[in-house]
Design a protein around this ligand. Structure first.
Ligand SMILES: C[S@@+](CC[C@H](N)C(=O)[O-])C[C@H]1O[C@@H](n2cnc3c(N)ncnc32)[C@H](O)[C@@H]1O
Length: 306
């Protein structure tokens, strides 16, 4: 039986969704991101050492020195998003990912795992990834999963791939149950907050198009929160209808509430970061539950071993 990973290198680490997912099963021996706010939040919440570094020019030797047996990567999804030019590998934001594919070929960690938007699958970047894994002798498994399928009351469908040098066991696909989440949204949100109230002017203009969930609705499921939450009014996530001082009203989800929905736990802190910045970080992040689920393909956690 192949040994599951014990030493994880978290690349494009953001606020550490993978670190939270492997907690209790493996040690994060290093995390890398070039964003100062993300790395500050990471440092405040996780034990692993985080490096502020641009991965575009990272050297193979530097990565190899971590002696990690799993490389986790969450490369930027903007080159593949439904909004934007979809320049794929020609987008300069793909450069770091392409550099890391070169490093995978040379360093050949035992396991490689990735996350991206569903549209990544079939992209040219995806083609380069598969080519690299095949050439370097990996076996891999991939697919999309939404945390609602795991009973989480929050939509976030993403593509995942897990590759192993000695084989992988595909993660089991749970039965879709978007209308019957195992945990209530109410478990993840706090009381009314005046500072998060949706301004009347915004409501008047965009209210009809906003996705609203009732704080105590038993089947409430939040829409996918994006990095534009708080900046754009619609298609960026949900608003919470809750009893305020003057009756039911709409407010934004606090960044910590979204983090709780995404499985980061109630103790996760953004420190004194203004909500606008914290929303961007959590909107860029992952569903910890989904990451934990797909990593069973590498024998981590309670899932099947390869
Ligand atoms: C999709 S987010 C990943 C979020 C992460 N999985 C999490 O749990 O928060 C992509 C991350 O890659 C970082 N990033 C993008 N380009 C980078 C580069 N060239 N070097 C280092 N980090 C980069 C961004 O700052 C961002 O935090």
């Amino acid at each position: 039986m192949v040994a599951p990973p014990r030493r994880v290198l978290e690349l494009f680490a953001g606020i550490g969704g993978a670190a939270r997912a492997v907690d209790g099963h493996a040690t994060v021996v290093g995390a890398v991101d070039h964003d100062l706010r993300a790395t500050a939040v990471y440092r405040a919440n996780h034990a692993g050492r985080v490096h502020v570094k641009n991965l575009v020019s990272v050297k193979d030797d530097w990565l190899a020195a971590f002696d990690a047996d799993l490389w986790w990567m969450s490369p930027p999804c903007a080159p593949h998003g439904i909004r934007g030019a979809q320049a794929d590998v020609d987008d300069r934001r793909s450069a770091a990912f392409l550099r890391l594919l070169g490093a995978v070929r040379t360093v050949r960690p035992s396991w490689v795992a990735l996350e991206n938007v569903p549209w990544f699958q079939g992209s040219r970047a995806h083609g380069r990834l598969v080519e690299t894994l095949d050439a370097a002798g990996y076996t891999w498994t991939e697919g999309t999963i939404c945390p609602t399928e795991l009973g989480v009351p929050a939509v976030r469908r993403r593509w995942y791939l897990v590759a192993g040098r000695e084989g992988v066991t595909p993660w089991a696909n749970p039965a879709p149950s978007p209308s019957a989440p195992g945990r209530a949204l109410a478990d993840h949100v706090g009381p009314w907050r005046d500072d998060l109230a949706v301004p009347d002017a915004l409501l008047a203009r965009f209210g009809d198009a906003m996705h609203v969930v009732d704080a105590d609705g038993p089947d409430a499921v939040a829409a996918c929160f994006t990095r534009a939450y708080g900046r754009s009014p619609v298609y960026v996530g949900s608003y919470l209808r809750q009893r305020g001082p003057r009756g039911p009203a709409l407010r934004y989800f606090a960044p910590e509430e979204i983090a709780a929905l995404y499985g980061f736990g109630t103790g996760f802190s953004f420190g004194d970061l203004p909500a606008a910045h914290a929303w961007k970080l959590i909107g860029n992040s992952v569903s910890v539950d989904a990451v934990r689920h797909v990593l069973t393909a590498a024998g981590l956690g309670d899932g099947p071993s390869a």
